[in-house]
Design a protein around this ligand. Structure first.
Ligand code: PMP
Length: 422
C-alpha cells in the first residue's frame, strides 16, 4: 500500500504551524478531537458563502442545491462505511446522540424487565449512561464484559454472559482510553447467535482504519465527524433498514412527518423520520469533505503510519523509569495512556508541564470512570495520534516527559534528604 507523506499532510493543517507557550504546537489529543485540514474548512465556508438555504424547501434552486449537497454527503458516508443504502445513515450531532437515539427509540420499544444489555468495562460514558437511563425506565439489566490486565476484553466471560435474555450488546470498536481494538466481528457473531442485536461505538475507529458495516454485520454503528477531521456537531448513526423502519421516531418536529393533524400524525420514510428539524447541513457537507480527504490518503497507509508512531512512543516512554503504561493489548490503535508511579506525579501536573512545552495531551478519566476503577487509578495521561503526527512529535513528548520525571525525582530527593537530616 502507498505510504503517507506526513509533511505534505501537515502542510494542510494551518493550526500545526502555530505555537503554544512559545513552542511549536505538538497536538497529541486526537482521540478527543482531530484538527481540520484546509480542504474541509474551505468546503464548509464555500457552502455558507455561496450555497446555503434550508433543505427540503423545494420551490427554488438554492434550496434544491443545498438538499442535493446534504444528500450527496449521506451517499458519501454510506460508501465510506459500506452501508447497503444511504437511507441507513442518519445524521446526528455525534456518537453521543447516535447512541441515545438507539437507546431511546429501539430500547424503549424492545426492552423490558428481565432483558439484558451487555456492555464492557472499556466503554466511554456515552455508551454506558444512555443504557442505564433506558434500563431504569424499562427494568432491563446491564451486564458487563470484564477486561484482563492488558486491557483486552475477556471474551470467554462474554460468551458466558450471552443468553436468550440478552437483547442488545453495545461495545466500542476501539477504546478511547487504552487504544484496545476489540474483535467486533466475533462479538457481533456471538450476539447474533443468541438473537441479540449489536451497537458498535465506532467513535475511535473510523478515522484509523477501513470500516465495513456489512462485513461486520453490525446492527447499529455510531461515530462523530469531529474525530474524523470534520466539523463538530455532526455525526452518524448507521442502522439496518429493517430495524430503523420498525423503530419509533426519536424526536418530533418539522421534516420528519408525512402528514400532521391534531388527531394523528404519520411519519416520513427513512432517513427523514429520524432527522427532525433543520439539520447541521454545513456539518454534513464538511464531514463528506473530510471523508473524501482522508480516503484520498488511504486508510491503510494512515493505519500503518499511526502504528509506527505508537511503536515509537511505546518504546520511548518505556525507557522512562517509574512510568507505567496502561493498556498493552496486542491489537491497539494509536493511543498511549500512562501514569507516573515513581515518583508519583499527578497526571494533571504532567499535562500542565507538557503544555508549557507546547505539547497537548489529555489527562483525566477520559469519560471512562469504570475503566479507571478497574485499574485502581482516577486518571491517566494520554497521547493519541492522528494522521499528521510525526516522529518529531513523539520525540518531543518523550524528551519533555523525561524532564518532568527528572525534575520530580530531584524534588523528591531534596525532600528525602531534608527528612533524613532532621
Ligand atoms: N465513544 C467514544 C469511544 C469516544 O471516544 C467518544 C468521544 N470521546 C464518544 C463516544 C463520544 O463522542 P462525541 O462526544 O463526539 O459524541
Amino acid at each position: 500500500s502507498p505510504s503517507l507523506d506526513v509533511e505534505t499532510v501537515r502542510a494542510q493543517f494551518p493550526i500545526l504551524a502555530t505555537q503554544a507557550h512559545g513552542h511549536p504546537l505538538v497536538y497529541l489529543d486526537n482521540a478527543a478531537s482531530a484538527q481540520k485540514p484546509r480542504a474541509v474548512v474551505e468546503v464548509v465556508s464555500d457552502y455558507y458563502l455561496g450555497k446555503h438555504a434550508n433543505i427540503h424547501r423545494g420551490a427554488y434552486l438554492l434550496s434544491q442545491t443545498a438538499t442535493r449537497l446534504y444528500e450527496e454527503a449521506r451517499e458519501r458516508i454510506a460508501r465510506f462505511i459500506n452501508a447497503a443504502e444511504p437511507a441507513e445513515c442518519l445524521f446526528t450531532r455525534g456518537t453521543t446522540e447516535s447512541i441515545n437515539l438507539v437507546a431511546a427509540s429501539w430500547g424503549m420499544q424492545h426492552l423490558g424487565p428481565g432483558d439484558e444489555i451487555v456492555l464492557s468495562v472499556l466503554e466511554h460514558h456515552s455508551n454506558i449512561v444512555p443504557w442505564q437511563l433506558v434500563a431504569e425506565r424499562t427494568g432491563a439489566k446491564i451486564r458487563v464484559i470484564p477486561i484482563d490486565d492488558a486491557g483486552d476484553l475477556q471474551l470467554d466471560v462474554y460468551y458466558r454472559l450471552l443468553s436468550p435474555r440478552t437483547k442488545l450488546v453495545a461495545v466500542g470498536h476501539v477504546s478511547n482510553a487504552l487504544g484496545t481494538i476489540n474483535p467486533v466481528a466475533e462479538i457481533i457473531a456471538a450476539a447474533h447467535a443468541v438473537g441479540a442485536l449489536v451497537l458498535v461505538d465506532g467513535a475511535q475507529w473510523v478515522a484509523h482504519g477501513n470500516t465495513d458495516v456489512q462485513a461486520l454485520d453490525a446492527d447499529f454503528y455510531a461515530f462523530s465527524g469531529h474525530k474524523l477531521y470534520g466539523p463538530t456537531g455532526i455525526g452518524v448513526l448507521y442502522g439496518k433498514r429493517r430495524l430503523l423502519d420498525a423503530m419509533p421516531p426519536y424526536q418530533g418536529g418539522g421534516d420528519m412527518i408525512e402528514r400532521v393533524t391534531f388527531t394523528e400524525t404519520t411519519f416520513a420514510e427513512l432517513p427523514n423520520k429520524f432527522e427532525a428539524g433543520t439539520p447541521h447541513i454545513a456539518g454534513a457537507v464538511g464531514l463528506a469533505a473530510a471523508i473524501d480527504w482522508l480516503d484520498g490518503l488511504g486508510l491503510e497507509a494512515v493505519a500503518a503510519h499511526e502504528a509506527e508512531l505508537l511503536h515509537q512512543a511505546t518504546a520511548r516512554l518505556g525507557e522512562i523509569p517509574g512510568l507505567e503504561i496502561k493498556g498493552t493489548a496486542r491489537h491497539k490503535a494509536g493511543v498511549l495512556s500512562w501514569v507516573a508511579v515513581d515518583p508519583p506525579i499527578s497526571t494533571l501536573d504532567m499535562g500542565t508541564q507538557l503544555d508549557l512545552e507546547g505539547i497537548c495531551v489529555r489527562t483525566g478519566h477520559h469519560c471512562c470512570e469504570p475503566l479507571m476503577d478497574h485499574f485502581g487509578v482516577t486518571s491517566t495521561a494520554r497521547a493519541s495520534f492522528g494522521v499528521y503526527n510525526n516522529h518529531d512529535d513523539v520525540e518531543r513528548l518523550a524528551i519533555a516527559l523525561a524532564k518532568v520525571f527528572a525534575t520530580a525525582h530531584r524534588r523528591l530527593g531534596v525532600v528525602r534528604e531534608a527528612a533524613s537530616t532532621e
